[in-house]
Design a protein around this ligand. Structure first.
Ligand code: SAM
Ligand code: GLN
Length: 289
């Protein structure tokens, strides 16, 4: 008797059970995303082709994806891309995977750049990773220009690739270097950053998916997680136009300490914006008029 074929429906069911036993948080979703990757189809395709059998080559590739996922490699690194702000970004293990929380920062920056200005001008994105923040801003604000900085040359290469894929290369410059160092002497309407903010001592307690796979220099930020905010808050005002602002994503419990840093460095108004879970997620410091 011929071996029973692995159809899409059967494979999804099997994978969901296998991932559940392996302690994967979103077993059904991950199985679907990986299968879409192998078949090069949208998720809806799976549901209208439940009885479609996989070819031997597809099955082999899918098994390889499953093997990686049960070792807790994040789905985005297996498939090589991640959706953020409705756009598709290439990701590699040299870049942080863009998080939904960071969309709060992008939205806050869009609304502030659009209000009370004739020209959105030029912004700087510090610690750009995949370029998720600055490329989304450029995509939605069509007169905006941007410069980006990252300490990781490999991350810059991924961000450049994303700029090209999204057709945004002409409005963005890339610099490898330490925080504001490569762009000193210039002026920006806004400086935006999702810097590393995890206290060193908390790294060991992170999910395996994060601590074993995501770049440590995208996450770890000194003993209290505030190292990058100290430097940005101390140095960014000189690089802003008179109506400029510094907008930063912060970790849990960090908004008030960052606000206090702003007060001690003579910034003007401070805004704190919550994420969808009600956690203070973004701090905006306005340059003192
Ligand atoms: N902006 C991306 C996002 O939101 O998805 C990535 C954010 S990730 C939390 C922080 C980024 O800062 C990483 O890409 C890391 O390489 C970069 N970074 C770390 N230290 C830096 C430094 N001293 N100067 C510039 N970039 C730095
Ligand atoms: N949000 C990320 C995490 O908790 C941390 C990103 C960062 O340090 N900026 O995994």
């Amino acid at each position: 008797m011929a071996e029973e074929a692995w159809t899409i429906g059967k494979l999804l069911k099997w994978t969901e059970e296998y991932f559940t036993k392996a302690g994967i948080d979103t077993p059904r979703l991950d199985g679907e995303v990986l299968l879409c990757h192998v078949l090069n189809k949208e998720r809806i395709h799976l549901y209208v082709h439940f009885d479609q059998p996989l070819t031997k080559a597809e099955l082999a590739q899918f098994k390889d994806c499953i093997r990686q996922r049960v070792q807790h490699k994040p789905v985005a690194y297996i498939v090589g891309h991640k959706e953020f702000m409705g756009l598709d970004f290439n990701v590699t293990e040299d870049t942080l995977i863009p998080r939904p929380d960071t969309e709060i920062l992008v939205e806050a920056v869009i609304s502030r750049l659009q209000t009370g200005r004739e020209n959105t001008g030029i912004i700087a994105d510090i610690g750009t990773g995949t370029g998720a923040i600055c490329l989304s801003l450029l995509n939605y604000l069509t007169t905006l220009r941007a410069v980006t900085v990252d300490v990781s040359e490999k991350a810059i290469a991924v961000a450049r690739e994303n700029a090209e894929r999204l057709g945004l290369s002409e409005r963005v410059e890339f610099f490898q270097g330490d925080l504001l160092e490569p762009i000193r002497g210039r002026k920006f309407t806004a400086i935006v950053s999702n810097p590393p903010y995890i206290p060193e001592g908390d790294i060991a307690g992170l999910d395996v998916d994060v601590k074993e796979y995501e770049p440590i220099n995208a996450l770890s930020a000194g003993t209290d997680g505030l190292d990058f905010y100290r430097r940005l808050v101390a140095e960014a005002a000189d690089l802003l136009t008179e109506d400029g602002f510094l907008a930063m994503e912060v970790g849990i419990g960090q908004a008030n300490p960052v606000k206090a840093l702003g007060e001690s460095h003579g910034w003007g108004q401070c805004e704190i914006i919550k994420d969808l879970a009600g956690i203070d997620r973004v701090v905006v410091l306005w340059k003192q008029k």
